[in-house]
Design a protein around this ligand. Sequence first.
Ligand code: ATP
Ligand code: MG
Length: 283
Amino acid sequence: MLRIAIQKSGRLSEDSLKLIKECGISFVNSSLKLKTESTNFPLEILYLRDDDIPGYVADGVADIGIVGENVLVEEGMQHLAMEQLGFSKCRLSLAVPKADTYTGVSDLNGKNIATSYPNLLQAYLTENGVEAHIHTISGSVEIAPSIGLADAICDIVSSGSTLISNGLKEVERVFKSQAVLIANKELNAEKRQILEKLLFRIHAVQRAQRAKYILLNAPNDKIEEISALLPGVKSPTILPLAEEGWSSLHSVVNEDDFWEIIEKLKDAGAQGILVVPIEKMII
Ligand code: ATP
Ligand code: MG
């Protein structure tokens, strides 16, 4: 059985559980338990504080885990990283009181900066030739300037609304983060095999999330032009419609190119365009 460590309760929890469920792995989810076993896959889930996850995986208490890159790199455990998972995207940023004039990173020389990420911050300051005093605190970093504890902060930002509501402005981006899958480096052959199976499923889920299934009707004389816009997995499926001279084209498009392709398809004469989500995608 493979053991995965995920965050017990916090910003990573919901999406971590969602990914496991989308991989078709069922388990009884009880918020009271610290450990659950899947009923249909050789996986055991440990629920932990996110800060503890890299250490548990490095020690082999858990075989794999899901954690933010910010925590992983802060703890100097980046060698455990296997792959980025695309959720819990955020950044570690420097912020100063809104009323302060800020001209550049050198303004931070000699300043007090409060953060929960002293190592990431120190690396950034060193890289930029800044000497500042780092004040490490474990939470509520954003109130440090208003209570006189620090001149600036370095904290996790996603939309920036927490900074604004605390009278701060973001001035530098220190680190970009998202959730990553980490793994112990010395898994036995049996566990590696289970991990391979899990990765196969994760990749199918991730591929499907980026892709959309597209169906449209096209006049037969436009099929070539429209097909060229639809790369598909191999090439588009073309089926004749009951109405003479028309066909139905089916394909897969990447979410990123989606709106641009739709415009081009319409211009090329496509009609009745349907775009539907894909649940799993094995290629
Ligand atoms: P724990 O109690 O487990 O120690 P925590 O309070 O340290 O939790 P959370 O605030 O739940 O941590 O954040 C967990 C991780 O989620 C962060 O390390 C970061 O990678 C990511 N994260 C934090 N804030 C956001 C956000 N606003 N948007 C997206 N991801 C975020
Ligand atoms: Mg934490």
